[in-house]
Design a protein around this ligand. Structure first.
Ligand code: FES
Ligand code: FES
Length: 181
């Protein structure tokens, strides 16, 4: 294609060279050229968080980043989060707390939450709620997600979300709010 540019990406500890068009997003390059379809595309406008991956060790929205902008970068997707065949604690915790239903939001939620836990291994519930405020889930009601993150951080009760005292609801402005905050 005219204007394609060759870029280098290190994705999930594997080196790749890709020819990308100027307007190819990182999300499309990951999904369409590398087959890493665990990165989901929802809004494609930076609003839902489904496309969250790490670039340079920090979570970003891969629908908003051009693949060319990531040239030379280290990228981690949900496929790369497990280590040595063992699931990341968040992956285990999401399963334990039933923090997913359709699963569409889940890779982005987990990549965002994993970034929070590497920055802040001991978050409060409100910090989890605030951090994940840009990740939308249309199935779970969010409570189980917050419980899963707290449990993975070692701050949860270890019990499923239904026993949590946290009241978390969704609204149109901030997807995770506590007691109408
Ligand atoms: S698809 Fe990227 S934020 Fe929604
Ligand atoms: S589990 Fe369906 S959108 Fe979150």
């Amino acid at each position: 294609m005219t204007g394609e540019r060759r870029i280098s990406l290190r994705v999930n500890e594997q080196d790749h060279e890709l020819d990308v068009a100027p307007r190819t997003s990182l999300a499309d390059a990951l999904r369409d050229q590398l087959g890493l379809t665990g990165t989901h595309l929802g809004c494609e406008h930076g609003m839902c968080g489904a496309c969250t991956v790490w670039v340079g060790g920090e979570s970003i929205r891969s629908c908003l980043m051009l693949a060319a902008q990531a040239d030379g970068c280290e990228v981690t997707t949900i496929e790369g989060l497990a280590e040595n065949g063992s699931q990341h604690p968040l992956q285990e915790s999401f399963s334990k707390h039933h923090a997913l239903q359709c699963g569409f939001c889940t890779p982005g939620m987990i990549m965002a939450a994993a970034d929070l836990l590497q920055r802040n291994p001991d978050p409060t519930e409100n910090e989890v709620i605030d951090w994940l405020g840009g990740n939308f889930c249309r199935c779970t009601g969010y409570r189980s997600i917050v419980s899963a993150v707290m449990d993975a951080a070692g701050n949860g009760s270890g019990e499923p979300a239904s026993s949590s005292g946290v009241e978390v609801t969704a609204n149109n402005h901030h997807p995770i709010t506590e007691n109408g905050r």
